[in-house]
Ligand binder design. Structure first.
Ligand code: MRU
Length: 348
């Protein structure tokens, strides 16, 4: 089952807020509700929210009562702005919307119904490509996983974070499908526990050997030896290779470097934002305080506690060993090689 798909005029999403205890599918027939679902993290993970936004824009075209091209384009602009505002850090959201808007810009699509059909076809294509791209990253990355290795993983980067298959977890999945025997240490990933709730659930279903660890235990395992590889995803990668990813990635990468453990970020080229020279300009989402003061709706801090809750951090490129993309593994100098794979489709 895909994390996000189109079903006869309805955008369907697996509700990731209730996993692993319940597997619930929600349907949306209003693009504003799709934007709210992205903001509320019904769907999350950079590639998954990109595909959801694409379907959301196709839905907006269907909802629009416009009878001419100009009117429809005007409604689409408003819808794209609403969808774009849902979450700020993952650039895949903007990338997906811009890709559909480029389709809409084709003046030959004069009939609004042709334009609606073209947008839906573009969203379906984008979703299909996401799965294919993940499989390619899986094939490149699996080379790095050796028999007997222990791999440390942060957040959730699996089928749930994408349309299907996964990025960093897709690498783990490919290595497992190749018959390699290895163990994964799964960071629980406070505050929203994507590791404990989602990654553990996915790995269990795949039959991959894993242990769930508290985020604070990662340094212990990295220092003690035995961890061969740290694999993470990315929400936005700047032109110089700085990686914005789930909060805690930076700390993990620094400790990994201190202990000589390589750190790879696994991300499609749609996650690379060449418009930003470095990671300091990546917007970092600040989320609700209750994500920190409560666990599962149960308060754990004194009432009135003030909270800072950045959902992402930026790992400077010097801590990143390589970036696994669908075009190959990119190594430093990232400022040269990322630009090259994006323009040529080959790694440096
Ligand atoms: O806040 P989330 O759950 O959307 O954050 C997701 C992550 O940080 C993932 O690691 C990243 O999007 C890569 S997922 C393929």
């Amino acid at each position: 089952m895909r994390t996000v798909y189109w079903d006869n005029g309805v955008v369907k999403l697996i509700d990731q807020r209730v996993l692993p205890h319940e597997l619930v599918l929600l349907g949306f027939d209003d693009y504003r509700a799709v934007a709210q679902a992205i903001a509320d993290m019904v769907v999350r993970g950079a590639p998954a929210i990109g595909a959801t936004a694409a379907y959301g824009l196709a839905l907006a075209a269907r909802q629009s009562a416009a009878t001419d091209r100009a009117g429809l384009l005007c409604d689409l602009d408003a819808a794209a702005a609403t969808l774009l505002a849902a979450r700020p850090t993952a650039v895949n959201l903007r990338w997906a919307l811009e890709r559909l808007q480029a389709v809409a810009a084709d003046e030959r699509l004069d009939d609004p119904d042709d334009l609606r059909a073209a947008l839906l076809a573009a969203a379906e294509r984008l979703a299909d490509e996401d799965v294919a791209v993940n499989r390619r990253m899986g094939a490149y990355g699996a080379e790095l996983i050796g028999d007997g290795m222990t791999v440390l993983h942060h957040c959730n980067t699996g089928a749930l974070a994408t349309v299907d298959y996964g990025t960093a977890l897709g690498v783990i999945r490919t290595a497992h499908e190749q018959g390699k025997r290895f163990t994964v240490l799964v960071d629980e990933t406070r505050p929203r526990l994507q590791g404990a709730r989602l990654t553990a659930w996915e790995l269990q279903q795949l039959g991959v050997d894993f242990y769930l660890i508290a985020d604070n235990a990662a340094g212990h395992f990295l220092r003690r030896g035995g961890v061969g590889l740290v694999l993470v995803g990315a929400d936005r990668i700047a032109a110089n290779g700085d990686v914005a990813n789930k909060i805690g990635t930076y700390k993990l990468a620094v400790v990994a470097r201190e202990n000589g453990v390589p750190v790879y970020s696994v991300a499609p080229t749609s996650t690379v934002d060449l418009r930003l020279a470095h990671g300091d300009d990546i917007p970092i989402e600040e989320r609700d305080a209750r994500e920190v003061t409560e666990i599962g709706g149960v308060p754990i801090a004194p009432a009135g506690t003030r909270v800072k809750n950045p959902a992402f951090d930026v790992t400077p490129q010097r801590y990143v060993t390589g970036i696994i993309t669908e075009c190959g593994i990119v190594y430093p100098p990232f400022e040269v090689n990322l630009r090259r794979i994006i323009s040529e489709g080959v790694s440096g």
